[in-house]
Design a protein around this ligand. Sequence first.
Ligand SMILES: Cc1ncc(COP(=O)(O)O)c(C=O)c1O
Length: 397
Amino acid sequence: MEKATQYELQLARRMSRLGTETAFEVLNKARALERQGKSVIHLEIGEPDFDTPSNVVESGIDALRKGWTHYGPSAGLPELRQAIAEYVSRTRRVKVTSDEVVVVPGGKPIIFFTILSLIDEGDEVIYPNPGFPIYESMIHYVGGKAVPIQLHEDRDFSLDVNSLISLINGHTKLIILNSPQNPTGGVLPRRDIERIANAIGDRNIMVLSDEIYSRLLFDGEQHFSIMSVPGMQERTILLDGFSKTYAMTGWRMGYGVMRPDLAAQMTRLMTNSNSCTASFTQVAGVEALKGDQGSVDHMRDEFQRRRDMFVAGLNKIKGFSCRMPKGAFYAFPNITRTGWKSKPLADALLEQAGVAALSGTSFGEYGEGYLRFSVANSVENLQKALDRIDEWTKKNL
Ligand SMILES: Cc1ncc(COP(=O)(O)O)c(C=O)c1O
């Protein structure tokens, strides 16, 4: 209960334009049901269920003991910026120097800072829909015009480049890409990325390329970044981080790679907001990038195994049909043949079947007709969730 007060809360107008990430709301609702004694399988939240690799944990503990408990430079520790520059140079086949790297607390601040530093009122931003809800939220927050580009199931959730071309105009300031994608698990094929770069041509449009799932690609696929397309590096802000790759969501560490003049501006935003990313976290980040990568491969293989069994199971359930996601750790089944809308179906599955999933509409208007399940859970729990959904559909459809 909120306390009664004689002082009305007078929020700034811009706060009414800020959106949210429904995953946290559904998690709260699921926890409330659990407190009432209900059993819930959590497939709503997007984080690896693995522990942070032990070499990284040890490095963080060691850093704490050695006194890495003070402020550091706003753009990040030089050792970590250098390690990231080398990593991105190697994986994206471009030349990146450490003054092009800004370390921030998670991948999210790069979305926040990119939009805050580049978008004025009325500027247009093209972004994927269904897509990570924070893009649209932040575009609205700063008074920009949010221009959704629809992702199509029949293209394995890639976009139609001709539609993208039709959305670009003189007001377009930023295009957001996300591959592998949340919520669909779609991966933009290299030829589509090259065609997008071609469509941008020599226009002065920036691209925010959200590659937070770049190491979670299945079936031996190779990641490809628009930053690697000749001529695009200067106009690309690459977002990547540690949350998904190294199961470090709670450590809060991510980074952006961008031209140095923009990196300097994002560093000013860091100075004004966070001062810096936690110092011991960054020491552990160097170990994550430079140490043994076996746990990353293990996690990816495990997600692939779970994806295979979960998607096969979904496709046996009445009214559900699910494409095989090529990356990330989500399944995004089409549920239109259930005759239900996404939100009521997600609510019913949570309340009546004890399975927490997200409505596709949590990711924008084009998410209607879909649900998002995270497969970052044990095979046993995933099987239990499939059984519960199957039973529910048999009773209710
Ligand atoms: C597409 C996408 N970008 C960015 C993020 C943010 O990641 P972080 O937890 O590192 O801020 C997420 C997290 O769910 C995501 O799905």
